[in-house]
Design a protein around this ligand. Structure first.
Ligand SMILES: *Cc1c(COP(=O)(O)O)cnc(C)c1O
Length: 382
């Protein structure tokens, strides 16, 4: 021992075991980066080294953000602590107090709370309108409107946004456009490549893919992402190194998983269409050449006992999220859309019979059989 025990115990190994040959980027589980002299520290400010403090930048976080940006065809990205913080960073990159946002009314529940609750307290105003109707979007635009916000595929009824039309309206009115591309993923759609300014993802979903990480990424034009990054740094929305590493690992198998998810979802949608217990199957007709997504939503008729249906879903669990490798179900009226007024739920078509299925990567026959069995068991004739 060179020093006393207490000093040796604190200083342990300190970078003596760094290898340049690690196949996978190691986890930089560190809150800050060390400098050996003032010249090296000055070098950081001159752009010679990239990292100072993890909240302002970390190799794992940057790796995830750059990978998602690359897959979206965007020049820049920043990773955040959740999908919602990615949305917040993206929105605040272009909108400030006194500004107005036009957003779709069938938006993800958490985003609805963020925009209509929290951002309202920041002095930002939002109009929610039916994006299926182009005129309604145009009518909602005010002199102080800065941003038009929507989702590429909506939850839970899977309306596919007309991205071309959105970009057109934004251009004509000199507005920024932003899309939440969580449901489609960069595998199916690249809204940035289609002209959208900012694209947000909940990496908690398909990018992570294994239901073991909460993360977000926002990508877009470099100047806008520089603004979004400033929000991440100053509001403390940064993602942890380990979560970033998990997100990056998940992303590597995105294609493989999506390929299977999409194939299984199509089979399930087709297989449930003619069951007497199903009033309607919501599954997009066309999202992309690669398929129509991995979520299937069904509206179960009043002739099925909904509670019995959920009880009869042998190995399929009720989980209030989506996008894992396991098939799971969620009940929007009981969870994500619980806080909406009956009126709005009615308008959106989210009834007591609506069940959202996140189709996993299991064998498609087993998935279909589990749902048929549950429908058969819960069906009764009045
Ligand atoms: C889950 C989800 C979010 C929020 O993401 P978190 O990671 O939970 O913050 C936003 N948009 C969509 C479409 C989602 O599915």
């Amino acid at each position: 021992m060179k020093h006393h025990f207490d000093t040796e115990a604190v200083h342990l190994s300190e970078n003596k075991y760094v290898s340049s040959a690690s196949k996978v980027n190691p986890i930089y589980q560190t809150s800050a980066f060390a400098f050996s002299d003032l010249e090296e520290l000055e070098g950081f400010y001159q752009g010679e080294s990239k990292y100072l403090y993890t909240r302002t930048g970390n190799p794992n976080t940057d790796e995830l953000a750059a990978a998602v940006a690359n897959l979206e065809g965007a020049p820049a990205g920043v990773a955040t602590s959740s999908g919602l913080s990615a949305i917040m960073a993206g929105v605040l990159a272009v909108v400030k107090a006194g500004d107005h946002i036009v957003a779709t009314n069938d938006i993800y529940g958490g985003t609805y709370q963020l925009l209509s609750g929290e951002l309202k307290d920041f002095g930002i105003d939002v109009s929610f309108v039916n994006f299926e109707n182009e005129e309604e979007i145009k009518k909602a635009i005010q002199p102080n409107t800065k941003l038009i916000y929507t989702e590429s595929v909506t939850n839970p009824l899977l309306r596919v946004e007309n991205i071309g039309q959105l970009v057109q309206i934004a251009k004509e009115n000199n507005l920024y456009s932003m899309i939440d591309n969580t449901f489609a993923t960069p595998y199916l759609l690249n809204p940035y490549a289609q002209g959208v300014d900012i694209v947000a993802h909940s990496a908690t979903k398909y990018i992570g893919g294994h239901s073991d990480v909460s993360a977000g990424v926002v990508v877009g034009h470099s100047d806008l992402i520089a603004e979004a990054r400033a929000k991440v740094v100053n509001l403390g929305l940064n993602l942890s190194p380990f979560e970033s590493w998990l997100g990056t690992r998940g992303l590597k198998t995105l294609s493989l998983r999506m390929e299977r998810h999409v194939k299984n979802a199509q089979k399930l949608a087709d297989g449930l269409k003619n069951h007497q217990g199903v009033r309607k199957v919501y599954y997009p007709e066309f999202v992309s050449e690669k398929g129509n997504g991995a979520i299937v939503t069904i509206d179960i008729t009043g002739k099925c006992d909904i509670s019995k249906f959920f009880k009869s879903l042998s190995w399929v669990k009720i989980v209030p999220t989506l996008a894992g490798v396991e098939t799971t179900v969620s009940y929007p009226v009981g969870t994500s859309h619980r806080n909406l007024s009956n009126e709005l739920r009615e308008e959106l078509g989210i009834t007591e019979g609506v069940v959202r299925i996140s189709v996993g990567i299991e064998d498609p026959e087993d998935i279909l059989a589990a749902f048929i069995e549950a429908l058969d068991k819960s069906y009764f004739v009045k």
